[in-house]
Design a protein around this ligand. Structure first.
Ligand SMILES: C[S@@+](CC[C@H](N)C(=O)[O-])C[C@H]1O[C@@H](n2cnc3c(N)ncnc32)[C@H](O)[C@@H]1O
Ligand SMILES: *[C@@H]1O[C@H](CO)[C@@H](O)[C@H](O)[C@H]1NC(C)=O
Ligand SMILES: CC(=O)N[C@H]1CO[C@H](CO)[C@@H](O)[C@@H]1O
Length: 236
């Protein structure tokens, strides 16, 4: 009989520890989605660079970037979107800007895009969406994918994006709505409480953006079978 009790205690302890372990792993990933750091940060960057590359590419396509445009990406992570935007302005006077809150992300992009930075086609900064280090009315467009969830204040981020956009400029956000719901349910957006697209849209309208709309695009090239969402807004 006591064998049974011991076995039961062992099994319960194991399950308890495993559950605890799972919670720790989820917490670690959730933290690194908000701000990639250390070894897990590197892993998160590499995984995002594969898993969300098509979303970054597709989002840039919707921007209709002209060769002389100035474009900002917030929270660029692995830098797929910066790269796609750079291709559009390569042969003219346009320029791409990137800002991210993670030191590791910024250092990694500085290495990857050394050459474009040297040529003055790209400018990378360490900083937050809460306080954009750019002058008023500078950009033709500002975009981000999977980023606003983590901002401490949506109002503040929206007001900053509006300030740095030229009148008539476009704000664009790309996301996978389904993946977002799954991620939230699993706890991966523990540090991204403002993930709801409906809330973001409401705040954009309240913040003075016009023509605010979310569109679902099905079967994008390069990401077969998945649809994604884009949220558009313009500065009047
Ligand atoms: C989940 S990753 C998304 C990366 C990439 N855009 C993608 O979709 O694969 C979130 C990124 O936003 C950055 N980030 C988080 N909060 C930020 C803030 N307040 N200001 C600027 N960047 C931020 C993180 O450092 C990280 O690189
Ligand atoms: C994203 O676009 C770049 C070129 O801009 C391309 O090299 C890369 O393969 C694309 N990635 C995906 C997943 O579509
Ligand atoms: C592989 C990967 O990192 N995919 C992520 C892409 O973005 C969504 C959010 O829109 C995440 O939930 C996925 O995990």
């Amino acid at each position: 009989m006591w064998y049974f009790v011991v076995a039961l205690v062992v099994v319960v302890t194991l399950i308890w520890q495993m559950t605890d372990l799972k919670a720790r792993v989820v917490d670690l990933i959730a933290r690194n989605l908000r701000e990639p750091k250390g070894l897990v940060g590197h892993l998160v960057r590499i995984i995002l660079g594969k898993g969300n590359a098509s979303l970054e590419n597709e989002t840039v396509k919707h921007l209709n970037i002209q060769p002389d445009h100035k474009v900002l990406e917030i929270g660029f992570g692995p830098g797929i979107g910066l790269n796609a935007a750079l291709e559009k302005v390569e042969h003219s006077s346009g320029k791409v800007y990137g800002i991210d809150i993670s030191e590791q992300i910024v250092e990694s992009a500085q290495r990857r895009f050394k050459e474009a930075i040297k040529r003055g086609k790209l400018e990378i900064r360490l900083g937050s969406a809460m306080e954009l280090p750019y002058e008023d009315d500078l950009f033709n467009s500002v975009f981000h994918t999977n980023c606003y969830y983590f901002w401490p204040s949506l109002e503040q981020g929206i007001s900053e994006m509006k300030r740095v956009l030229k009148p008539g400029g476009i704000m664009l956000t790309g996301l996978f709505y389904d993946a977002l719901l799954t991620s939230t349910r699993k706890g991966f957006l523990k540090y991204g409480p403002n993930w709801r697209p409906e809330l973001y849209i409401e705040k954009l309208k309240e913040g003075g953006f016009v023509d605010v709309a979310m569109e679902t695009v099905t079967k994008p090239s390069g990401h077969t079978g998945h649809s994604y969402q884009v949220i558009f807004a313009s500065k009047p």
